[in-house]
Design a protein around this ligand. Structure first.
Ligand SMILES: [Zn+2]
Length: 188
């Protein structure tokens, strides 16, 4: 469980079982990797979406501490730390570093990483069906004061089918609330 109050430990953690899932990739290198459990679940979910006529692509998976450091530093240089913190996780605080999370696209590139992605078929399908494969939309609309992140309809996190289904059926929107953890709107 990683958020702005709960960094990875150690900060440079690397999942021991990173693999490249057999799904449509629109990325390469480390970003095409997930941990083995998440990769297997992603394969099942992307295949089910495809069978329903919905294309989902893996836009960004694993991100190492070193990569996150470069990305975050770039934002800080360009816009200062306050703005950087709204756009990019600090190194050691990204859910992408866990191997349990990834970003999806729809293959067209339309609305990629934009709020309007919510109305693309891939996002609509994921919002309705992802729990069946163990995933939740980790940063839902209007919950940034709890999660620390504005709405990201493209960012999915694996928590297992049982937990994801339970969370949905109980109407709980965030992992912080589901696990009874304090809200993490910003870094301490
Ligand atoms: Zn993401």
């Amino acid at each position: 469980m990683v958020n702005k109050h709960r960094p990875l430990s150690p900060a440079t953690f690397v999942p021991p079982d990173l693999v490249r899932p057999g799904v449509r990739l629109v990325t390469s290198g480390e970003a095409a990797l997930l941990n083995s459990t998440t990769a297997a679940a992603a394969e099942r979910m992307f295949a089910a979406a495809a069978a329903a006529g919905v294309i989902i692509t893996l836009a960004s998976g694993y991100r190492s501490f070193a990569t996150q450091k470069v990305t975050y530093s770039g934002w800080v240089r360009a816009q200062g730390q306050a703005a950087a913190d709204t756009a990019s996780a600090r190194p050691g605080y990204s859910e992408h570093q866990t191997g349990w999370a990834f970003d999806i696209g729809d293959g067209s590139g339309a609305d990629a990483f934009q709020p309007n992605f919510r109305s693309r078929p891939a996002a609509l399908w994921a919002a309705a069906q992802a729990h069946r494969f163990g995933f939740v939309v980790r940063y839902p609309w209007t919950f940034h004061e709890i999660t620390g992140y504005f709405y990201e309809p493209w960012h999915l996190r694996y928590i297992g089918i049982e937990a994801a289904t339970d969370m949905l059926s109980r109407g709980i929107a965030t992992l912080e609330q589901y696990f009874g953890l304090e809200a993490a709107p910003g870094y301490r």
